[in-house]
Write a protein that binds this ligand. Structure first.
Ligand code: AHM
Ligand code: MG
Length: 337
């Protein structure tokens, strides 16, 4: 379902979903201003990407041993600076930094932000979509003596909002808060993000699956059987669409109806934990999916019921509309309650 343009802004959504005296309302507004500003900057840079020489490798590796792209570093610096300046963000956990950063705050009820500042960045060298992902948590404490890691792990059940920016033909902001998720389009001529005011809902009867099927030989047997079933015996069969950037794949599936799968694999007898990170990739998508009538799991349990043991923990991710995820669970032998 495509959304028609309108005059509904992300701030209208915050006002709608929070109460006037709630000190978190101002924190959400200020934090969102930082996300919006970062989105405008990254979007404008990406428009000129190859001309500025910023769509390639930074010739470095991140804490997870993955190749860092120049835009990963620019995304990290951009959002980190804006969150620090906001006065409403007590700490930032990022894919691009080993330890969380803790900042002084001015707001009485600050939040924590877990982010992947530039997700799917290997798509940049071929001018394909990328995104930025954010999860906002209410901190269990503002006590500076706690380590950043402990603070994020202990606050992980206090998710209060999630958002992503999708940089593609146009730039989209999806924000989930309270009881609704909404989509907004950036108007580059005014810098405004505008939406229709109609909440997002996964359509029923989706026909898409998104997975990197190149890994099929190293997936578990029930999953291999499910992949075969959706293409041959299911009525109707599901069709494959895969961008290779979580934000792009998730967004298409949210609008058109589809299931995204990045499962664990088994190599040399050892089962992996998947590729995607729990706190800043799986959690925000799970939260947005839940507010849009969907669900995210790790193939066994709901993502939002999983508590992290470490801040960069990976997790298998299955996310989409309830009917498709339920069907996946039934076919792979782990029915959802
Ligand atoms: P990244 O955070 O290092 O960019 O990796 C995450 C990305 C996701 O956006 C995408 O869904 C997935 O990795 C693609 O992985 P693969 O190339 O193995 O299919
Ligand atoms: Mg990334």
């Amino acid at each position: 379902m495509s959304q028609s343009p309108g005059s509904f802004t992300p701030f209208d959504l915050i006002l709608q979903q929070t109460l006037p005296g709630d000190p978190e309302r101002q924190t959400l507004v200020t934090t969102l201003q930082a996300i919006e500003q970062g989105g405008r900057k990254i979007s404008a840079l990406l428009q000129r990407g190859p001309l500025l020489g910023i769509t390639g490798s930074a010739h470095a590796q991140n804490v997870q041993g993955e190749e860092v792209q120049a835009m990963d570093q620019i995304g990290q610096e951009t959002f980190l600076t804006l969150f620090r300046k906001s006065g409403s963000v007590l700490g930032v956990l990022s894919e691009e930094a080993e330890h969380p950063d803790i900042f002084p705050v001015t707001q009485p009820a600050p939040c924590l932000v877990a982010m992947d500042p530039l997700d799917g960045s290997s798509n940049l060298s071929v001018n394909a979509p990328v995104g930025s992902i954010f999860a906002l948590f209410r901190p269990v404490s503002q006590n500076a003596s706690r380590s950043g890691e402990t603070l994020f792990i202990e606050s992980s059940s206090n998710l209060i909002a999630a958002a992503y920016l999708l940089y593609s033909v146009s730039t989209t902001l999806v924000l989930a808060i309270g009881e609704e998720a909404h989509s907004f389009t950036l108007d580059p001529s005014t810098g405004e993000y505008l939406g229709s005011g109609v909440p997002l809902r996964f359509p029923e009867g989706g026909k898409i699956y998104s997975a990197n099927e190149g890994y099929l030989p190293v997936w578990e047997k029930p999953l291999q059987q499910y992949m075969s079933w959706i293409k041959t015996d299911r009525n109707p069969p599901l069709i494959l669409r895969y961008i290779g950037a979580l934000v792009g794949d998730f967004h298409r599936n949210l609008l058109k109806g589809g299931i995204y799968l990045y499962p664990a694999d088994i190599r040399n007898g050892t089962k992996s934990s998947g590729k995607l990170r729990l706190l800043y990739e799986a959690y925000p998508m799970a939260y947005i999916a839940r507010l849009s009538g969907g669900i995210a799991t790790d193939g066994t349990a709901p993502i939002l019921s999983i508590r992290p043991r470490s801040v960069h923990q990976r997790v298998p991710l299955i996310v989409g509309p309830l009917d498709l995820v339920r069907e996946f669970h039934d076919r792979t032998g782990s029915p959802l309650d």
